[in-house]
Design a binder for this molecule. Structure first.
Ligand code: SAM
Length: 285
């Protein structure tokens, strides 16, 4: 093997993030995307889909804490949770830590992502063996259109809006998501970068605004994504992400987190002015 091998995530045509590679563990091409798992020098094992960093062992806790615990601590009694995407298993791992959750259905389109993560990144994927997790290999768009089940919380843990993930950013999908949420349901979605993808954020939020009575954006720091500052959208039929959040429930849960805490929960909804200005009229923050 080359002694000085690096992997570069190319972000559009103007930015590259380089990571030193210790070992290539898996490289494959599914019908949906390329899937690579590499051992890096500074960030542990890393999953890339189509050359874009999805997860690294070093910082995955930040993303997974924030995508899962924010909605699950706002909803007062989340029992049934649906994850769309999330093939690495990190989101499912955090969801099933909540004692109230008795069923976590996960619909991931690409079996190759799941298999590669089960083999090489058990830190996230071992949760997929848990009996609370019902893993379905299939298209999340089709699932929400056809299911008759209702969920308290839906988490859209998707790749960027390209290929099979493109419809996950569209109106028809969110209309179906609305229909399969309970009357007080919440949906949280991977919301991209305010630095580099404000147009995607605008388009996703205008879709959500057309379907849900309440829409918010919240941010967190992600070490290995371009720009560092990353976002999730929070759309809700009933609950306000801060006014309906009781910080005591976090302590009462007795769960320990490396990123999430009560103050981070509240602070994450405070956005920089350039974001507020760009998203004016689209968010209720
Ligand atoms: N943390 C990651 C990020 O934002 O970079 C995303 C995690 S996860 C690996 C994203 C998953 O969404 C991928 O495994 C991809 O196969 C899956 N996905 C994309 N489109 C999908 C669809 N229509 N239905 C279900 N899963 C989908």
């Amino acid at each position: 093997m080359h002694s000085d091998l690096w992997v570069e995530e190319k972000f559009e045509d103007f930015l590259g993030l380089r990571f030193k590679v210790e070992k290539v563990l898996f490289s494959g091409k599914s019908e949906f995307q390329t899937v690579d798992v590499i051992e890096t020098k500074g960030h542990g094992k890393m999953l890339l889909n189509d050359g874009l960093v999805m997860v690294t062992e070093r910082d995955e806790f930040a993303y997974h804490d924030m995508i899962a615990h924010v909605p699950l601590f706002v909803h007062p009694h989340p029992k049934k949770v649906l994850i769309i995407g999330g093939g690495d298993g990190g989101t499912a791992r955090e969801v099933i830590r909540h004692a109230s959750v008795n069923e976590c259905t996960m619909v991931e389109i690409d079996a190759m992502v799941v298999d590669a993560c089960k083999k090489y990144i058990p830190q996230t994927a071992q949760a997929l063996e848990n009996k609370k997790v019902n893993l379905i290999i299939g298209d999340g768009v089709k699932f929400v259109k056809e299911t008759t089940e209702k969920f308290d919380v839906i988490i859209v843990d998707s790749t960027d809006p390209i290929g099979p993930a493109q419809p996950l950013f569209g109106e028809a999908f969110y209309q179906d998501v609305y229909n399969c949420l309970t009357d007080d349901g919440i949906v949280v979605s991977q919301g991209e970068s305010s630095w580099y993808a404000i147009d995607i954020q605008k388009s996703l939020l205008s879709v959500l605004k057309g379907v849900f009575p309440q829409c918010y954006l919240y941010s967190f720091s992600n070490l290995t994504y371009p720009g560092g500052l990353w976002s999730f959208t929070f759309a809700s039929k009933k609950y306000h992400p801060i006014n309906d959040f009781n910080p005591k429930t976090v302590q009462e849960s007795q769960l320990a987190f490396d990123y999430y805490n009560e103050k981070i929960h509240q602070g994450a909804f405070s956005l920089p002015n350039f974001v507020l200005k760009a998203l004016q009229g689209l968010i209720d923050n």
